[in-house]
Write a protein that binds this ligand. Structure first.
Ligand code: BYC
Length: 325
C-alpha cells in the first residue's frame, strides 16, 4: 500500500523535475536538504532514517540491562562507551531526518504511539552476559553489513551520518567478538553460554535485513533512488558468508542443519528465519515489544520537565533579544 501511495504521488509530480532528479541520482550526485526532491523520496527517507534513529535509541535498552552486571571494570567501561555511542548515533540520525522537515519530537511521538517502527532485533531479551558478545558480534555485525553501503546513499546528510556511525560500529562488533572469544575459550559452562547466545540470536539477526526480496515493499523504489544500495537478500547472504567462518573460529555451531558451503560460488546455503515470527514481532508481539515501548514512554514522560525547562529558557532568551533590538 505504501509503495503504491509513493507511486501515485510520483504520478502527480512534474515529470520534467522527476526526470532531472532521477538523472542526478543516476549520475551519483548527492541530494542536499534544500534541493528539490519528490515527495515520495522525502517520505521514504523520513521513514527509513527515523526508524533507524529509533533503533539506535531502543537498541540501548538490551545492553543497558548489563552495564551494572558487567563481569569486570574494563568490560563495564567498554559496554558503557558502546551504549553511549548508540545514543550518539540516534542523535546524528534524528538530525539528518530533521533536515527533511520533521522534528525530533514528531518522530519520537510516532515511535511512542506505534506509528513508526524500530528494528525487530531489539524485541528479544538479553538473558546472560554472553548475549553482550552475541549482540556485538551478530547484531552490530549485521548493522555494519547494512550500513557500510549506506555511506554511499544519495541523501547527503544521511550518507555523512553513516560514515561516522560505521567507524563506531566496527569497534562495537569487535568488542562483541572479543567477549565471544573469551567465553568460547573459557570453562565448559562459559562455552555453553556462548553457544546458547548464538543459538538465540542467529535467526533474529538474519531478520534484521528485512523480509525476503519477494516480500519487500520498498526495495525497488528505494534502490532506484539509491536510498538503499542493496536488496535485503543480498545483504543477508553477505552476512552469512562472513559470519559462519567466524563461528567456526570460535568453535561454535551455527544453529542451522542445512548450512552448506557451495565451493563453486563461495556462498553458504542457509535456512531462512521463521518469517511468521518476524511479522508477529513487527505487529508488537515479540518477547519484549511492550517492555521496550513502556521504557521509552517512561523516559519521554520523565524527561518532560527538562524539555519544558529548556524551552522556557529558549523562549525567555528570544524575548530578551527582541526587547534589546
Ligand atoms: N525490523 O520493504 P522493506 C542498529 C519493515 S539496528 C523492523 O524491505 P525497507 C543498532 C519495514 O520498515 C539496525 N521492521 O523495508 C543499534 C517495512 O515496514 P513499513 C537499524 C522492519 O525499509 C543499536 C516492512 O518491514 N538499521 O543499527 O526497504 C545497537 C517491509 O520491509 C525490519 C537500519 O534501520 C526490521 N528488521 O528495508 C546495535 C538501517 N525490516 O516501514 C545496532 C536502515 C523491515 O513500510 N534501514 N522492516 O511499515 C534499512 O536499511 C531498511 O529500512 C531495512 C528494511 C533493510 C531495515
Amino acid at each position: 500500500m505504501y509503495a503504491q501511495m509513493i507511486k501515485s504521488e510520483a504520478s502527480r509530480e512534474d515529470p520534467e523535475k522527476l526526470a532531472a532528479f532521477q538523472a542526478r541520482i543516476d549520475a551519483g550526485d548527492k541530494i542536499e536538504p534544500k534541493d528539490w526532491m519528490p515527495l515520495g523520496y522525502r517520505k521514504t527517507l523520513i521513514r527509513q532514517i527515523g526508524q533507524h534513529a529509533h533503533s539506535e535509541i531502543v537498541g540501548q535498552l538490551p545492553e543497558g540491562n548489563w552495564i551494572t552486571r558487567a563481569p569486570t571494570l574494563e568490560r563495564k567501561a567498554i559496554l558503557l562507551a558502546k551504549v553511549q555511542d548508540e545514543a550518539g548515533h540516534g542523535l546524528y540520525l534524528y538530525c539528518a531526518a530533521e533536515t527533511l522537515g520533521v522534528t525530533r519530537d514528531e518522530l519520537t511521538e510516532m515511535l511512542l504511539d506505534g506509528r513508526m517502527k524500530y528494528s525487530s532485533i531489539f524485541n528479544y531479551p538479553t538473558l546472560t552476559w554472553a548475549d553482550m558478545g552475541a549482540v556485538g558480534w551478530l547484531v552490530d555485525g549485521a548493522a555494519i553489513m547494512n550500513q557500510v553501503p549506506l555511506q554511499r546513499t544519495s541523501f547527503g546528510p544521511y550518507s555523512r551520518a553513516m560514515i561516522r556511525i560505521c567507524k563506531e560500529e566496527s569497534f562495537h562488533q569487535r568488542q562483541g567478538y572479543d567477549i565471544m572469544m573469551k567465553m568460547a575459550a573459557g570453562t565448559p559452562a562459559q562455552k555453553k553460554m556462548a553457544q546458547d547466545a548464538l543459538n538465540r540470536f542467529w535467526y533474529p539477526s538474519l531478520m534484521m535485513f528485512g523480509p525476503s526480496d519477494k516480500e519487500s515493499v520498498h526495495s525497488e523504489q528505494s534502490m532506484a533512488w539509491k536510498i538503499k544500495m542493496n536488496t535485503n537478500d543480498e545483504l543477508r547472504q553477505k552476512f552469512v558468508d562472513q559470519t559462519v567462518p567466524q563461528a567456526h573460529y570460535l568453535g561454535l555451531t551455527v544453529p542451522d542443519e542445512h548450512l552448506k558451503l557451495d565451493e563453486e560460488t563461495g556462498h553458504y546455503a542457509f535456512s531462512q528465519p521463521d518469517w511468521s515470527e518476524f511479522f508477529d514481532v513487527l505487529k508488537g508481539n515479540g518477547p519484549c515489544n511492550r517492555e521496550r515501548l513502556a521504557a521509552r514512554n517512561k523516559a519521554w514522560d520523565d524527561g518532560k520537565w527538562v524539555r519544558d525547562g529548556l524551552l522556557a529558557h529558549a523562549d525567555k532568551k528570544a524575548a530578551r533579544k527582541v526587547a534589546a533590538e
